[in-house]
Every structure is written in structure tokens, then in C-alpha cells.
Design a protein around this ligand. Structure first.
Ligand code: URA
Length: 209
């Protein structure tokens, strides 16, 4: 089973409190989501491999560590996932960005792919799938399935707020995927919103209704 990591960093918790509040406007909401994504990316990249190179400081020659240059990909689930991409890219600017768009089939209510554009060297990359809300888990499960069927071997999932129902569904469908969450909330309501949550993340990010 993959691990589920819930962030307890005070900066993340503080910023989350502000995006949860209904009176937080679009500009501030967007900025805070971006900042939280950066803080989460710091932790998510903790195990990136390092190698030693020779360098010369003004004082002497020495050996120092640099990233090996492991190839990474960030994949937002459209559209709310877009709000987390720039925050992640601030720390890993060379990552490629793929996109996955899903719609809900009106009859089966299951998510169906309508747009998938990924880097070409999928098998060599580690992927971070981002979506602010893990509600039922349907979109995350399908997006990760879309990546795997195209050859992705190592994937992690990163979201701001999750419902226990979504975590369970994602763990069951993709036990090899580690899940990084800023807050694990109480439940889903009858309309599929996370409680207490923050409402519709896409609408709040893009100022739509
Ligand atoms: N998607 C959202 O944007 N918010 C929720 O609460 C659940 C799914």
C-alpha cells in the first residue's frame, strides 16, 4: 500500500484556513493555493536523488551535492489542478507539464477522458498528479489510470483537501501511489462536496460560478 502523508506544517495549515473561508476572494485564493503547492512540493521532493560533483569555492576545491537530474512531470487534472502547477514549478522548474481533462458521463456518472497531453518520454519520468480536492476519488483514480496505461511507472498524487472516501478509493485502485494531503477533512456531503472543505475549488480559483 502507498503511504498517505498529511502535512501538519504550520504555514500550510495557516494558509489553508484562509482558502477555506468563504469571503476569501479569487486573487487571494489563487495566491494561497500557489503558495501551498510550493510548500507541499518542498516535502514531496524530499527523496529526489543527489549526486556529488567537484566544485571550486573562493577558498578551495571541494565536492558538493546536486540533483541527479531525474526527469519529473507535473500533471494537473483540469481544471482546478491548474491552480497548483506554478507553485510546484517554482521548486522544480525543469519539470514537464502534462494535462488530463475528464468529464463525468451523465449515465454512468464515471469520469471519462476528453483530453490527455503528456510528455513523450513517459516511462522515464516520475509524475506528480495535482488536484486541489480529493472528493470521491473518481477523477484521481481515472487520471492515474490514464497515465499508467500510457506507460507511467512512478506516480504520486498531491491535493489540498481530501475526504476519507476519496483516500480509500484511491488507495484501493492504485496501492502503489503515495498520497500527499494538506488536510484530511470529515466527509462528503450528499452533493459530493467535501465537509468542511472550501467549496468548488475550480470556481474559487477562476472566479466562475
Ligand atoms: N470538488 C471541489 O471543488 N470541491 C469539493 O468539495 C469536492 C470536489
Amino acid at each position: 500500500m502507498g503511504k498517505v502523508f498529511v502535512f501538519d506544517h504550520p504555514l500550510i495549515q495557516h494558509k489553508l484556513t484562509y482558502i477555506r473561508q468563504k469571503d476569501t476572494g479569487t486573487k487571494e485564493f489563487r495566491e494561497l493555493v500557489d503558495e501551498i503547492a510550493t510548500l507541499m512540493a518542498f516535502e514531496v521532493t524530499r527523496d529526489l536523488p543527489l549526486t556529488e560533483i567537484e566544485i571550486e569555492t573562493p577558498i578551495c576545491k571541494t565536492k558538493a551535492k546536486v540533483l541527479t537530474g531525474k526527469k519529473l512531470g507535473v500533471v494537473p487534472i483540469l481544471r482546478a489542478g491548474m491552480g497548483m502547477v506554478d507553485g510546484v514549478l517554482k521548486l522544480i522548474p525543469n519539470a514537464r507539464v502534462g494535462h488530463i481533462g475528464l468529464y463525468r458521463d451523465p449515465e454512468t456518472l464515471k469520469p471519462v477522458e476528453y483530453y490527455v497531453k503528456l510528455p513523450t518520454d513517459i516511462e522515464e519520468r516520475d509524475f506528480i498528479v495535482v488536484d486541489p480536492m480529493l472528493a470521491t476519488g473518481g477523477s484521481a483514480v481515472e487520471a492515474i489510470h490514464a497515465l499508467k496505461k500510457r506507460g507511467a511507472k512512478h506516480i504520486i498524487f498531491m491535493c489540498l483537501i481530501a475526504a476519507p472516501e476519496g483516500v480509500k478509493a484511491l488507495e484501493e485502485a492504485h496501492p502503489d501511489v503515495d498520497i500527499y494531503i494538506a488536510a484530511l477533512d470529515e466527509k462528503l456531503n450528499e452533493k459530493g462536496y467535501i465537509v468542511p472543505g472550501l467549496g468548488d475549488a475550480g470556481d474559487r480559483l477562476f472566479g466562475t460560478k
